[in-house]
Design a protein around this ligand. Sequence first.
Ligand code: ADP
Ligand code: MG
Length: 269
Amino acid sequence: VLQPEKPRQPRIIAIANQKGGVGKTTTAINLGAALAKAGHEVLLIDLDPQGNASTGLGLAPEARRLTTYDVLIEGAPIRNAIRDTAQERLRVVPATVDLSSADLELVGKERRSFLLRSAIRPSQLAELGVDYVLIDCPPSLSLLTVNAMVAAHSILVPLQSEFFALEGLSQLMLTVREVRQTANPDLRIEGVLLTMHDARNRLAQQVEADARETLGELVFTTVIPRNVRVSEAPSYALPVLDYDPGSKGAMAYASLADELRRNHTRLAA
Ligand code: ADP
Ligand code: MG
């Protein structure tokens, strides 16, 4: 825990899927907490106007003095918007409902897709001592999500193990391709994460088999089970890793963090 294997440079990972309710925010909070517990400095950027990640980490609305909105639209320095959470090494840039007007306000701006990238330049992240940046995207392929893809090294795609889960992926991949062609040629797919998985459910088994067959190595070995402790944790303003460390959900997110770290060690080698 004291001397984690650090990525050579901060990794910026956008957690994206235009479908709502697939586990983006849950993954941002719990993967963030698991990486922090492994000794990494983690910054979670809440890019969803619903602010669920901020709430789930215990940031009361009045504690959200400066938010992602101020950073993107008003040009506030990101370090002024960063808040600590109860979890050591896990910090957050909170969001409020203000952010819902950002898409419209961005339309007129010349560098509208590059605002987040400008806000988290490597020099700024180095100054903050951040190892991982996790961006919790809204449930759309809006300019906010595009900002995340332009700023990120990779995207992590949570996929709920249900019928039609794979269909939304092609649209997401079109956006990824567009971003690669225009703004961020090196954007990688970090991985597709099966979430809310019920291993006894035939349909879920089928979705997993299909995903592994069509996407191969892109699918994380770790699967996140459906687990009531995961859904209870946010109402206690805690990651599930603190709320119930022995739960299946907590162990799955810890294993996801290990898998991710191994991939980065391999990439850096
Ligand atoms: P998104 O950010 O993609 O909209 P959320 O992370 O908010 O999705 O998850 C949607 C709902 O599903 C939330 O109520 C959350 O608590 C619940 N949920 C997410 N992951 C799990 C899980 N592994 N087990 C049980 N419930 C989950
Ligand atoms: Mg969400």
